[in-house]
Design a protein around this ligand. Sequence first.
Ligand code: PEP
Length: 248
Amino acid sequence: MQTNNRRQLVAGNWKMNGDKTLVKQMQQSLAEASLDNMDVVICPPFPYLELFANTVKLGSQNISQFDSGAHTGEVSVAMLKEFNCHYVIVGHSERRADNNESDAVVALKVEQGLKANLTPILCVGEPEDVRENGTLFDYIAAQLDAVLQQVGIQQFAKMVLAYEPIWAIGTGKTASPTQAQEVHAFIRGYLAKQDTNIAANIVILYGGSVKGSNAQELFSQADVDGGLIGGASLNPEDFLSICQAANQ
Ligand code: PEP
Protein backbone atom coordinates (compact mmCIF):
# COMPACT_ATOMS: atom_id res chain seq x y z
CA MET A 1 0.00 0.00 0.00
CA GLN A 2 1.23 3.54 -0.82
CA THR A 3 2.26 5.56 2.26
CA ASN A 4 0.82 9.03 2.76
CA ASN A 5 1.19 12.24 4.76
CA ARG A 6 -2.47 13.02 5.19
CA ARG A 7 -3.61 14.94 8.27
CA GLN A 8 -7.23 15.16 9.33
CA LEU A 9 -8.93 18.46 8.56
CA VAL A 10 -12.26 19.83 9.78
CA ALA A 11 -13.68 22.87 7.98
CA GLY A 12 -16.72 24.73 9.27
CA ASN A 13 -18.95 26.23 6.58
CA TRP A 14 -21.16 28.80 8.28
CA LYS A 15 -23.09 29.49 5.05
CA MET A 16 -25.21 32.67 5.53
CA ASN A 17 -25.33 32.26 9.31
CA GLY A 18 -23.58 33.58 12.39
CA ASP A 19 -22.91 36.99 13.89
CA LYS A 20 -20.16 38.83 15.77
CA THR A 21 -21.09 37.07 19.00
CA LEU A 22 -20.61 33.67 17.41
CA VAL A 23 -17.20 34.77 16.09
CA LYS A 24 -16.11 35.52 19.67
CA GLN A 25 -17.58 32.30 21.07
CA MET A 26 -15.91 30.19 18.39
CA GLN A 27 -12.55 31.92 18.88
CA GLN A 28 -12.72 31.30 22.61
CA SER A 29 -13.75 27.71 22.27
CA LEU A 30 -10.98 26.89 19.75
CA ALA A 31 -8.36 28.80 21.77
CA GLU A 32 -9.06 26.64 24.81
CA ALA A 33 -8.96 23.38 22.87
CA SER A 34 -5.89 21.30 22.29
CA LEU A 35 -6.08 20.02 18.73
CA ASP A 36 -2.49 19.24 17.81
CA ASN A 37 -3.11 16.31 15.48
CA MET A 38 -5.49 17.95 13.02
CA ASP A 39 -6.21 21.21 11.20
CA VAL A 40 -9.26 23.42 11.70
CA VAL A 41 -10.56 25.91 9.14
CA ILE A 42 -13.48 28.30 9.56
CA CYS A 43 -15.32 29.59 6.49
CA PRO A 44 -17.55 32.40 7.79
CA PRO A 45 -19.49 34.88 5.65
CA PHE A 46 -17.14 37.49 4.11
CA PRO A 47 -17.85 40.32 6.62
CA TYR A 48 -16.60 38.20 9.52
CA LEU A 49 -13.28 37.17 8.00
CA GLU A 50 -11.36 40.04 9.50
CA LEU A 51 -12.79 39.49 12.98
CA PHE A 52 -11.14 36.07 12.97
CA ALA A 53 -7.76 37.50 11.94
CA ASN A 54 -4.80 35.58 13.31
CA THR A 55 -6.90 33.31 15.53
CA VAL A 56 -7.91 30.48 13.17
CA LYS A 57 -7.12 29.30 9.66
CA LEU A 58 -9.65 30.94 7.38
CA GLY A 59 -11.49 29.92 4.26
CA SER A 60 -14.00 31.76 2.11
CA GLN A 61 -17.24 30.18 0.90
CA ASN A 62 -16.82 31.40 -2.67
CA ILE A 63 -14.56 33.38 -5.01
CA SER A 64 -15.04 35.13 -8.30
CA GLN A 65 -13.50 33.46 -11.33
CA PHE A 66 -12.44 36.95 -12.48
CA ASP A 67 -9.46 39.02 -11.29
CA SER A 68 -11.33 42.32 -10.78
CA GLY A 69 -13.70 44.70 -12.52
CA ALA A 70 -17.39 45.09 -13.23
CA HIS A 71 -18.73 42.05 -11.36
CA THR A 72 -21.13 43.49 -8.79
CA GLY A 73 -21.37 41.47 -5.60
CA GLU A 74 -18.32 39.34 -6.29
CA VAL A 75 -15.16 38.99 -4.19
CA SER A 76 -11.72 38.44 -5.76
CA VAL A 77 -8.90 36.18 -4.64
CA ALA A 78 -6.65 39.22 -4.16
CA MET A 79 -9.13 40.65 -1.63
CA LEU A 80 -9.29 37.37 0.24
CA LYS A 81 -5.51 37.19 0.42
CA GLU A 82 -5.53 40.61 2.12
CA PHE A 83 -7.74 39.08 4.81
CA ASN A 84 -5.43 36.13 5.36
CA CYS A 85 -7.65 33.55 3.77
CA HIS A 86 -5.90 30.26 3.02
CA TYR A 87 -8.74 28.11 1.73
CA VAL A 88 -11.75 28.58 -0.50
CA ILE A 89 -14.78 26.32 -0.84
CA VAL A 90 -15.54 25.80 -4.54
CA GLY A 91 -18.44 23.96 -6.10
CA HIS A 92 -20.61 23.65 -3.00
CA SER A 93 -23.92 22.14 -4.11
CA GLU A 94 -25.82 25.17 -2.78
CA ARG A 95 -23.84 27.46 -5.09
CA ARG A 96 -24.21 25.03 -7.98
CA ALA A 97 -28.00 25.11 -7.41
CA ASP A 98 -28.66 28.71 -6.27
CA ASN A 99 -26.18 30.40 -8.61
CA ASN A 100 -26.24 28.01 -11.56
CA GLU A 101 -22.54 27.26 -11.17
CA SER A 102 -21.78 24.67 -13.83
CA ASP A 103 -18.87 22.21 -13.71
CA ALA A 104 -17.07 24.57 -16.12
CA VAL A 105 -17.49 27.61 -13.83
CA VAL A 106 -16.42 25.52 -10.83
CA ALA A 107 -13.27 24.53 -12.74
CA LEU A 108 -12.48 28.19 -13.51
CA LYS A 109 -12.91 29.08 -9.84
CA VAL A 110 -10.56 26.29 -8.78
CA GLU A 111 -8.00 27.61 -11.27
CA GLN A 112 -8.43 31.15 -9.96
CA GLY A 113 -7.94 30.01 -6.35
CA LEU A 114 -4.81 28.05 -7.24
CA LYS A 115 -3.38 31.02 -9.14
CA ALA A 116 -3.55 33.02 -5.88
CA ASN A 117 -2.11 30.17 -3.77
CA LEU A 118 -5.40 29.60 -2.00
CA THR A 119 -6.24 25.96 -1.30
CA PRO A 120 -9.51 25.10 -3.05
CA ILE A 121 -11.82 22.75 -1.14
CA LEU A 122 -13.52 21.29 -4.20
CA CYS A 123 -16.96 19.84 -3.40
CA VAL A 124 -18.45 16.98 -5.38
CA GLY A 125 -21.53 14.91 -4.63
CA GLU A 126 -24.66 13.42 -6.10
CA PRO A 127 -28.39 14.12 -5.72
CA GLU A 128 -30.48 11.27 -4.37
CA ASP A 129 -31.94 10.17 -7.74
CA VAL A 130 -28.44 9.71 -9.15
CA ARG A 131 -27.53 7.39 -6.29
CA GLU A 132 -30.78 5.50 -6.79
CA ASN A 133 -30.41 5.07 -10.54
CA GLY A 134 -26.91 3.62 -10.21
CA THR A 135 -24.93 6.35 -11.98
CA LEU A 136 -23.24 7.69 -8.85
CA PHE A 137 -19.65 7.04 -9.89
CA ASP A 138 -20.15 8.46 -13.41
CA TYR A 139 -21.62 11.60 -11.86
CA ILE A 140 -18.70 12.11 -9.47
CA ALA A 141 -16.18 11.31 -12.23
CA ALA A 142 -17.72 13.98 -14.50
CA GLN A 143 -17.43 16.58 -11.71
CA LEU A 144 -13.77 15.66 -11.21
CA ASP A 145 -13.06 15.54 -14.96
CA ALA A 146 -14.17 19.16 -15.45
CA VAL A 147 -11.52 20.30 -12.98
CA LEU A 148 -8.88 17.80 -14.11
CA GLN A 149 -9.24 19.06 -17.68
CA GLN A 150 -8.95 22.70 -16.57
CA VAL A 151 -6.01 22.51 -14.17
CA GLY A 152 -4.41 19.06 -14.63
CA ILE A 153 -3.72 16.34 -12.07
CA GLN A 154 -0.53 17.96 -10.69
CA GLN A 155 -2.57 20.85 -9.25
CA PHE A 156 -4.56 18.38 -7.17
CA ALA A 157 -1.49 18.23 -4.91
CA LYS A 158 -2.50 21.75 -3.77
CA MET A 159 -6.18 21.00 -3.26
CA VAL A 160 -8.58 19.42 -0.79
CA LEU A 161 -11.66 17.49 -1.94
CA ALA A 162 -14.98 17.17 -0.15
CA TYR A 163 -17.48 14.43 -0.92
CA GLU A 164 -20.87 15.87 -0.04
CA PRO A 165 -23.89 13.79 -1.10
CA ILE A 166 -26.58 16.42 -1.70
CA TRP A 167 -29.25 14.28 -0.02
CA ALA A 168 -27.23 14.40 3.21
CA ILE A 169 -26.59 18.16 3.39
CA GLY A 170 -28.62 19.86 6.10
CA THR A 171 -31.11 16.98 6.12
CA GLY A 172 -29.95 15.06 9.17
CA LYS A 173 -29.56 12.05 6.83
CA THR A 174 -25.87 11.15 7.04
CA ALA A 175 -24.20 8.77 4.60
CA SER A 176 -23.24 5.64 6.50
CA PRO A 177 -19.52 5.22 7.13
CA THR A 178 -19.55 2.41 4.53
CA GLN A 179 -21.29 4.60 1.93
CA ALA A 180 -18.85 7.45 2.56
CA GLN A 181 -15.80 5.16 2.41
CA GLU A 182 -17.02 3.61 -0.86
CA VAL A 183 -17.17 6.98 -2.62
CA HIS A 184 -13.95 8.30 -1.06
CA ALA A 185 -12.13 5.17 -2.22
CA PHE A 186 -13.62 5.63 -5.69
CA ILE A 187 -12.38 9.25 -5.82
CA ARG A 188 -8.89 8.29 -4.67
CA GLY A 189 -8.79 5.42 -7.14
CA TYR A 190 -9.99 7.66 -9.96
CA LEU A 191 -7.18 10.16 -9.32
CA ALA A 192 -4.67 7.32 -8.90
CA LYS A 193 -5.21 6.40 -12.56
CA GLN A 194 -3.38 9.67 -13.32
CA ASP A 195 -1.00 9.96 -10.35
CA THR A 196 -0.76 7.46 -7.50
CA ASN A 197 1.24 9.76 -5.23
CA ILE A 198 -1.16 12.69 -5.53
CA ALA A 199 -4.12 10.35 -5.03
CA ALA A 200 -2.57 8.84 -1.90
CA ASN A 201 -1.87 12.25 -0.35
CA ILE A 202 -4.93 14.32 -1.20
CA VAL A 203 -7.18 15.06 1.77
CA ILE A 204 -10.78 14.01 1.08
CA LEU A 205 -13.37 15.37 3.52
CA TYR A 206 -16.86 14.00 4.05
CA GLY A 207 -19.72 16.47 4.37
CA GLY A 208 -23.40 15.91 5.08
CA SER A 209 -25.00 16.10 8.53
CA VAL A 210 -21.80 15.32 10.44
CA LYS A 211 -22.34 15.63 14.22
CA GLY A 212 -20.33 14.89 17.34
CA SER A 213 -22.14 11.56 17.56
CA ASN A 214 -21.23 10.23 14.10
CA ALA A 215 -17.92 12.02 13.37
CA GLN A 216 -15.59 9.46 14.88
CA GLU A 217 -16.95 6.52 12.92
CA LEU A 218 -16.94 8.49 9.67
CA PHE A 219 -13.43 9.88 10.18
CA SER A 220 -11.99 6.48 11.06
CA GLN A 221 -12.74 5.17 7.56
CA ALA A 222 -9.54 4.54 5.59
CA ASP A 223 -10.15 7.21 2.94
CA VAL A 224 -12.05 9.80 5.01
CA ASP A 225 -9.70 12.54 6.19
CA GLY A 226 -12.07 14.73 8.19
CA GLY A 227 -15.19 16.72 7.45
CA LEU A 228 -16.81 19.76 5.89
CA ILE A 229 -19.33 20.79 8.50
CA GLY A 230 -22.38 22.99 7.96
CA GLY A 231 -25.05 23.13 10.68
CA ALA A 232 -22.90 21.75 13.50
CA SER A 233 -20.18 24.36 12.83
CA LEU A 234 -22.56 27.02 14.22
CA ASN A 235 -22.44 25.56 17.71
CA PRO A 236 -18.97 25.84 19.27
CA GLU A 237 -19.53 22.83 21.54
CA ASP A 238 -20.73 20.58 18.70
CA PHE A 239 -18.00 21.81 16.38
CA LEU A 240 -15.34 21.16 18.99
CA SER A 241 -16.54 17.61 19.58
CA ILE A 242 -16.23 16.99 15.80
CA CYS A 243 -12.71 18.46 15.82
CA GLN A 244 -11.83 16.23 18.77
CA ALA A 245 -13.02 13.19 16.81
CA ALA A 246 -10.55 14.16 14.06
CA ASN A 247 -7.78 14.82 16.56
CA GLN A 248 -7.62 11.22 17.80
C1 PEP B 1 -22.31 21.70 4.06
O1 PEP B 1 -23.04 22.66 3.85
O2 PEP B 1 -21.22 21.66 3.48
C2 PEP B 1 -22.76 20.67 4.99
C3 PEP B 1 -22.11 19.55 5.02
O3 PEP B 1 -23.87 20.98 5.75
P1 PEP B 1 -24.46 20.10 6.98
O4 PEP B 1 -23.28 19.69 7.83
O5 PEP B 1 -25.39 21.02 7.68
O6 PEP B 1 -25.14 18.92 6.37
